[in-house]
Design a protein around this ligand. Structure first.
Ligand code: CTP
Length: 416
């Protein structure tokens, strides 16, 4: 029998005091209802790893919704209920806590969302993805802080292993294949041998996962500190080509992701930039397949299409003596993320300089005169006005006019 472990002092040390008070409050309310309450999942794992954690998932062996309601009422929190999964979220300005009824899950078919029914805590832990995510901490007064580790999660954390709990895990929910690699790479762990074999066996099951769910997993990967590690591993294990055969996780991608972080610092790179770099090797047809497979929303889809199209402009962009107005006409309309990705993907200093010049200066250039000014100068409303404004912008871009007076002079010449 492993030694009993109590994590009360770790909770106090590592979680913000306000959050600890909220957990104590809800533990007391649950006890008052004669219920047991537990902290579960990633927060328990992160506490044991001594990593930062703010995302709290609680499980109660009773009705989560009424418990969350009482917590919200007594602390001034806001309640959001998801009836289908018997879960509730209570949030305050800074914090948020999810409360779920302990449940067991069954899958009607691979990749479907699970059917849920109330169950015991051990059912609830058993339905989870990996042993390291399947531990709980008692929050009920008297037992507060006691670790519940039914499936060897602590041992796997110590040994650095990602291990599923049962043989059907990846078949039931193939998003766990992505999750396994994400945790493996985040923590520098390894996949347990049997888990690795089952993962390889079930890679085809990724085809049962809806586009929205795969996209969600992709977004989670892109939020990691070093997403390229995931892509290297996912390529090596043939997980990446299962989504789109042209995707590559390799050293080139790693270098580009690192550069993306440098140019975006102190912020993380926008999703569109990472995605454009990931999709860079794809042909136009493959880009369309990817967009459809992961149901990419329109703005991000546009970035991928733009990036693909921009490849045909790279030769033109490599000319050192491009007139600013010509450069503007080549790059006009492309999304900034696509332009940035093209720049990072190009080894030519001239291409980089031209894109940088467009992004930082040229794209903001507008004539001083407006459509209203042109009307006052005698032009009748209509397409001619936009045409003249465009010609004025071209003149301004190329330095042929520098102020309002010169713009007016030029317009008068054109009108003569
Ligand atoms: N979970 C699962 N199977 C999934 C998704 C989630 O079993 N396909 C369980 C895991 O126990 C996980 C918990 O639900 O710990 C919460 O899910 P999520 O918030 O996605 O994961 P975290 O562990 O909080 O991980 P992260 O640190 O990435 O937020």
């Amino acid at each position: 029998m492993p030694e009993p472990v109590n994590l009360a002092s770790k909770i106090n040390q590592r979680l913000p005091t306000e959050l600890v008070r909220l957990m104590e409050a809800i533990g007391a309310i649950a006890a008052h209802q004669g219920r047991q309450l537990y902290l579960v999942g990633g927060a328990v794992r992160d506490l044991l790893l001594e990593q930062e954690t703010f995302d709290l998932d609680l499980v109660v062996d009773g009705d989560a919704i009424s418990l969350a309601q009482l917590l919200a009422n007594s602390t001034g929190g806001k309640l959001v209920v998801h009836t289908r999964f018997r879960t509730a979220n209570v949030h305050w300005n800074e914090w948020s806590i999810d409360v779920t009824t302990a449940r067991s899950e069954t899958y009607d078919r691979p990749g479907a969302l699970p059917q849920v029914k109330p169950g015991s805590l051990s059912d609830d832990l058993f339905r989870r993805d990996f042993t390291i995510n399947a531990m709980a901490i008692q929050l009920s007064p008297g037992l507060y802080g006691d670790l519940i580790d039914l499936y060897g999660g602590q041992e796997d954390l110590k040994r650095g292993l990602i291990r599923i709990l049962h043989e059907q895990s990846f078949t039931d929910d193939a998003t766990r294949i992505w999750r396994a690699l994400r945790y493996e790479q985040r923590f520098g762990f390894t996949l347990d041998m049997e888990t690795l074999e089952l993962l390889k066996r079930d890679i085809v099951m990724l085809d049962t996962i809806s586009g929205d769910r795969i996209r969600h997993e992709l977004e989670l990967v892109l939020k990691e500190a070093y997403p390229e590690k995931f892509f290297l591993r996912a390529d090596q294990l043939q997980v990446l080509p299962q989504i789109q055969p042209g995707l590559k996780g390799n050293d080139v991608l790693s270098v580009r992701f690192e550069q993306a972080r440098q140019v975006s610092s102190p912020n993380p790179p926008p999703t569109g930039l990472y995605l454009a770099l990931l999709a860079y090797p794809l042909t136009g047809e493959q880009v369309e397949q990817l967009i459809e497979r992961i149901r990419l929303p329109r703005p991000l889809a546009q970035t991928l299409r733009d990036t693909c199209e921009l490849k045909t402009e790279v030769t033109a962009l490599g000319a050192a003596d491009l007139r600013p107005s010509h450069l503007y006409s080549i790059l006009r309309g492309y999304t900034p993320a696509a332009l940035m990705a093209t720049s990072l993907a190009s080894d030519s200093p001239t291409v980089n300089r031209n894109i940088h010049r467009y992004l930082t200066k040229l794209r903001y250039v507008r004539p001083t005169l407006t459509g209203e000014d042109l009307k006052k100068m005698g032009l009748t409303p209509g397409p001619r006005i936009s045409e003249i404004l465009n010609r004025l912008r071209t003149a301004k871009l190329d330095g042929e006019v520098t102020d309002r007076r010169e713009e007016e002079k030029l317009v008068r010449q054109w009108l003569r």
